[in-house]
Design a protein around this ligand. Sequence first.
Ligand SMILES: Cc1cc2nc3c(=O)[nH]c(=O)nc-3n(C[C@H](O)[C@H](O)[C@H](O)COP(=O)(O)OP(=O)(O)OC[C@H]3O[C@@H](n4cnc5c(N)ncnc54)[C@H](O)[C@@H]3O)c2cc1C
Length: 493
Amino acid sequence: MALPIAEEYGGAAVPILVNGMVLEMISRADTSLMTILGLQSGTAGDIQKFGSEELKRTWLPRFTSGEVQGCMDLTEPQAGSDLGQISTRATDLPDGTIRVDGQKIFITNGGAEVHLVLARDADTFESSRGTTNGLSLVLVPRHRPDGTPNGVRVPRLERKLGIHGSPTCEVLFEGAIGTRLGEKGKGFRAMLELMNNARLGVAAQALGLAEAAFHEAAVYANQREQFGKPVAQQPLVQSMLAKMAVNIEAARALLYRAFELYDYTLAAGAWLAAGRGSPTERAEVAARLEREQVRVRLLTPLCKYYATEICSDVTRDAVQVFGGIGYTMDVDAAKLHADSLIMTIYEGTSEIQASFALREMGKGALGTVFAEARRELEAMKEDPRRSALAKHVEEEIPRIEHAIKVLFGDIAYALLRAKLLAEMVIDVLSATELLRQVGADPTRLDLAESYVRRRMLQVELGARRIEQNHEGRMDRDAHILEVFGASAVPEKA
Ligand SMILES: Cc1cc2nc3c(=O)[nH]c(=O)nc-3n(C[C@H](O)[C@H](O)[C@H](O)COP(=O)(O)OP(=O)(O)OC[C@H]3O[C@@H](n4cnc5c(N)ncnc54)[C@H](O)[C@@H]3O)c2cc1C
């Protein structure tokens, strides 16, 4: 359990990339189980990063051995996407511990022993309300050291559409005693670390699930005969299956790149902190570290957005490939689709991922990311198999850069187009990754070509939609809703 944790605490110290691959495989077998296992690396990782040595020695060996499990407690009835609304209270006690009171909902694995709770500091409660300042991350065990209950209760479990093997709990904290992780009032930043990690984890989970659905559908389509041949040989079914495979590979290519960059930032950060290297080497590593951190901050929401959205599409297409039996519970297709629908919601919805990505682009991250993509595409032009495709992808970059100028002139319009823009950037970056893979494995050329031909048209179309549809778009949307009586909360009968 919690494979990336350091060996001195019983972990395997595996890179985040390897952990992501393991989680993807587990999700392919059972996506509910993956939620439990995935949470363990995240919660233990936050304790390792922000906990005192005593806390680490107390908890981490118990995590890595599987003796205890953890969960993360953020969401409250009034605080979903907007965590600034959190009102669970963290009160400092004279002995240095923290008393936690409040209600959390939708907590995966909420019956776990260790809760990482995001709560508002009592002494700045009113002044920080409505913001993500003044929050602390508190480690709250379900039991006190003497084994007595610690005021943590699970009054109910949610009844859900899917992931039935993953308990989703309401959790009440009633005078529970815990320990702060990291600095007082800076809990949101500490939790962001956990959330970003978890977002890449959910992307891996989505890929594993999509892979399972694709394989089920492919096996069935090759066996099921209609009109005297397997349905897989019908061009419409064949192209559906091929599109599933290409989208999974594109999302995987982007995700593995994000994991790789994330691992680099961890390794480089540790190397610098250990005071190693000459001043010149240190300056070089520090500059690269800064660059890769910018890329990771943009790629993380893009990966979560893309992998989870394609997972919904792939599992839905799998139901379609199965035909009528796909809608029954005799095969797994419908179950996998039901399981997939949560992925675009938890760990921040797709809309929130797109707006996070937009914010990073507003800070200039796209310049760094595109500079690297351009460098790689340029190098591919030397290879006759890839040169035309690489040129095609490179030509789309200025379209996005131009569209962004239109968007950043009107921030409300930019928010409206955040998903479209995210998809355009994903298309260019994933195409670059798939073409890069052809260098190592020429059999992937068809896959890369299929993606480039299909998706670059979408980028072109997206740029035109952004530029041409600007005037009056939001007023039209508002007017449509008004006409259909959907612009305000309907009065109760
Ligand atoms: C099965 C399950 C497991 C979960 N596990 C956990 C867990 O372990 N820990 C935990 O803390 N939470 C957990 N959650 C909660 C989950 O993270 C939230 O449900 C999610 O973040 C969305 O919040 P919400 O449900 O309040 O939706 P809301 O925030 O009310 O959003 C409603 C809609 O409005 C959109 N929206 C909201 N704000 C914006 C915006 N600024 N821009 C554009 N669109 C916006 C959303 O995208 C969504 O479409 C879980 C939820 C479920 C269902």
